[in-house]
Design a protein around this ligand. Structure first.
Ligand SMILES: Nc1ncnc2c1ncn2[C@@H]1O[C@H](COP(=O)(O)OP(=O)(O)OP(=O)(O)O)[C@@H](O)[C@H]1O
Ligand SMILES: [Mg+2]
Length: 326
């Protein structure tokens, strides 16, 4: 049975450096896929490992299916094998001395499942990932993409409550990556398992995730459906990470209701919808300052502008532009 995952105020501080995960809260509904997206070192894997029980969180609570599996303040730390979680890693992580079906059957053998049940479930799962005709082949004779399907089948065969995937497509070539990306979502959805998927690839996150969570420096900046993340990024970093080419610096000259006139450095004047009513800039000069700042750097923008930067994409002469206000 798939289960809801709840992560509340999760924090992980290693012996050295800044917190790897800093006050992260989110939930993944039963049967939902949430993709955690962010640059290298932002804390995606550490979050996943805390959920799996492979890392001991410094603070916060992790609940799977309503049961608390990790709560340092209460001394709760359920070991990984008792969490009923499946994991797929970037490396293929298959047993090289076994055949495909032996690999997939392995977790069921560990759980002392009956032979008939092992055969039934192994065949069923191999069919699900499209590897039925490879069942008897040594796993090392398969391609990278096929091996990753074996790893996926091995994580699904015992029907975990939650599936955790850490950049499972990163080692594949570009074409295969695209194909397996679509297959992965279909396979996961067919099983109905709840899934947390980690990636630094925005397209992968948007295709695979029902919702996408964007992380930076250990913090979860925004979580929502892919279209919302793209169209209404909560802050500048989210906008840049999900489509930097759409950023345009400019100066707000005038505002008229929902629309404003923006002057680009080239001198072109654009009519743009700067932000939603609830995020309206306090003044056009403040918006203009924010926009000028973004042309230089995010940190510059952060320092100069009080409060988060609100952004919205719009179109002008068939080109997408992004206008923002503090
Ligand atoms: N065992 C560890 N000891 C000390 N620091 C660690 C350890 N594991 C991770 N970190 C640090 O925690 C931060 C987050 O690392 P993490 O592996 O979660 O990032 P990530 O988002 O998965 O990055 P990538 O996309 O490169 O896999 C990094 O600064 C990393 O150096
Ligand atoms: Mg990682």
């Amino acid at each position: 049975m798939s289960a809801e995952l709840r992560v509340e105020r999760l924090r992980k501080v290693f012996a050295t450096g800044a917190p790897a995960v800093d006050d992260v809260s989110f939930a993944v509904g039963a049967g939902e896929i949430v993709a955690l997206l962010g640059p290298s070192g932002c804390g995606k894997t550490t979050t996943l490992r805390c959920v799996a029980g492979l890392e001991h969180p410094s603070a916060g609570v992790v609940r799977i299916g309503g049961a608390t599996v990790s709560a340092p303040s209460e001394g709760v730390l359920v070991p990984p094998r008792a969490r009923n979680v499946g994991m797929v890693f970037q490396s293929y992580a298959v047993w090289p001395h076994m055949t495909v079906e032996q690999n997939v059957a392995y977790p069921l053998r560990q759980r002392r499942t009956s032979r008939a049940e092992i055969e039934r479930r192994t065949a069923e799962t191999l069919k699900l990932v499209g590897l039925s005709e490879f069942a008897r082949r040594p796993v090392v004779s398969l391609s990278g993409g096929q091996m990753q399907r074996v790893a996926l089948a091995r994580s699904l065969v015992y029907e975990p409550a939650l599936l955790l995937l850490d950049e499972p497509l990163s080692n594949l070539d570009a074409n295969l990556r695209l194909r397996l990306r679509d297959d992965l979502r279909r396979i996961i959805k067919r099983t109905g398992v709840t899934a947390l998927y980690v990636t630094h690839d925005q397209a992968e996150a948007a295709v695979l995730g029902d919702r996408v969570g964007v992380m930076r420096d250990g913090r979860l900046l925004q979580i929502g459906p892919p279209a919302e993340i793209y169209n209404r990024p909560a802050e500048l970093f989210v906008a840049q990470f999900t489509g930097a080419s759409n950023l345009l610096a400019g100066r707000v000259l005038d505002r008229d209701g929902e629309f404003g006139t923006v002057e680009a450095p080239s001198g072109h004047r654009l009519t743009a919808s700067p932000c939603s009513a609830e995020n309206s800039p306090r003044s056009s000069s403040a918006a203009a300052r924010a926009m000028r700042s973004t042309a230089r750097s995010t940190s510059c923008c952060r320092r100069r502008c009080a409060g988060p930067i609100r952004t919205r994409r719009t179109r002008w002469q068939n080109e997408e532009i992004l206008v923002m206000s503090p």
